[in-house]
Write a protein that binds this ligand. Structure first.
Ligand code: ATP
Length: 267
């Protein structure tokens, strides 16, 4: 009854199977985000309210945005991604109107997931620069969240690398009162992430992703994705003569492309 044509809903293509090494985290997110959208009757029957806001925190590039997109896909929710810095800078002067229109859109196209990326950019407690303007934005966000009465149908997710820097008002009950930590991947998770990003590559039988996973301590999912891309490019440089770009790449060259452990080491 929203009056919005179904075709205009934005449902991301990302699936949980595109998210590597987060089995437990995915289970948490399914319960907190997906379940209220797909099975509101459970919450109603139990007499509890789903979380209004969920905070994903962890280092950069660990898949926080990816996971929010996958949750939207799997629950068939309209997805609105809002960049914190953009709200602050691009919509300078219109930030409050922008926030209101985001919530109106989420309601109109519910079920919806709204993602505030890098929320600390405007909701940081210690940042004293243009404090009053940011404080206004935070209180407006809070009042928009407090006013959400279609709980479950609209889920707000915020991401941050610095949860401790957030305005404590944001983390009170009824706001972003559920936190999901998304840390750097362990070796097993790194192997899973590597295999996701290498799944469409022609790889040599000897390629040992396990070994790569062991040697990439401290890498985020985004770092591992970049590593796979660099390894593929290293393979290309090694296999194809790139001095004459006017000629066609031969079928022989195409079929010789095979990414090896060596390419990963040279990436
Ligand atoms: P930031 O805090 O910098 O916004 P983020 O945690 O939101 O980072 P994403 O933007 O989700 O990270 O990750 C960037 C890209 O890295 C993703 O689009 C994906 O390709 C890859 N990536 C990150 N984590 C994973 C993962 N767990 N599995 C598969 N790919 C991943």
């Amino acid at each position: 009854a929203s009056g919005v044509a179904p075709g205009t809903r934005n449902i991301p293509k990302t699936r949980y199977r595109d998210v590597g090494g987060m089995r437990d985290t995915i289970a948490l997110v399914r319960e907190a985000v997906e379940l209220p959208i797909t099975h509101p009757e459970l919450f109603e029957r139990l007499g509890i309210r789903p979380h209004r806001g969920i905070l994903f925190h962890g280092p950069p590039g660990t898949g926080k945005t990816l996971l929010a997109r996958a949750a939207a896909n799997e629950s068939g929710a309209h997805f609105i991604a809002v960049s914190g810095p953009e709200i602050l800078n691009k919509f300078w002067g219109q930030s409050e109107a922008k926030l209101r229109s985001i919530f109106a859109e989420a309601r109109a196209k519910a079920p919806s997931i709204v993602l505030f990326d890098e929320i600390d950019s405007f909701a940081s407690a210690r940042d004293s620069m243009s404090e009053s303007f940011e404080a206004t934005l935070v209180s407006q966000l809070l009042s928009l969240m407090d006013g959400m009465n279609d709980l479950g149908r609209v889920c707000v997710i915020a991401t941050t690398n610095r949860p401790s820097a957030l305005d404590p008002a944001l983390r009170r009950p009824g706001r972003f009162d559920h936190e999901v930590e998304i840390g750097l991947p362990d070796p097993e998770s790194r192997l899973h992430i590597l295999s996701i990003h290498a799944r469409d590559m022609p790889t040599a039988p000897e390629l040992d992703l396990k070994e790569i996973a062991r040697h990439t301590e401290g890498y985020s999912g985004a770092d591992l994705e970049a590593l796979c891309r660099e390894a593929a490019l290293a393979c290309m440089r090694r296999t194809v003569d790139l001095t004459d770009l006017d000629r066609r790449v031969t079928n022989h060259e195409l079929s010789s492309l095979s990414v090896t452990t060596y390419d990963f080491r040279n990436a």
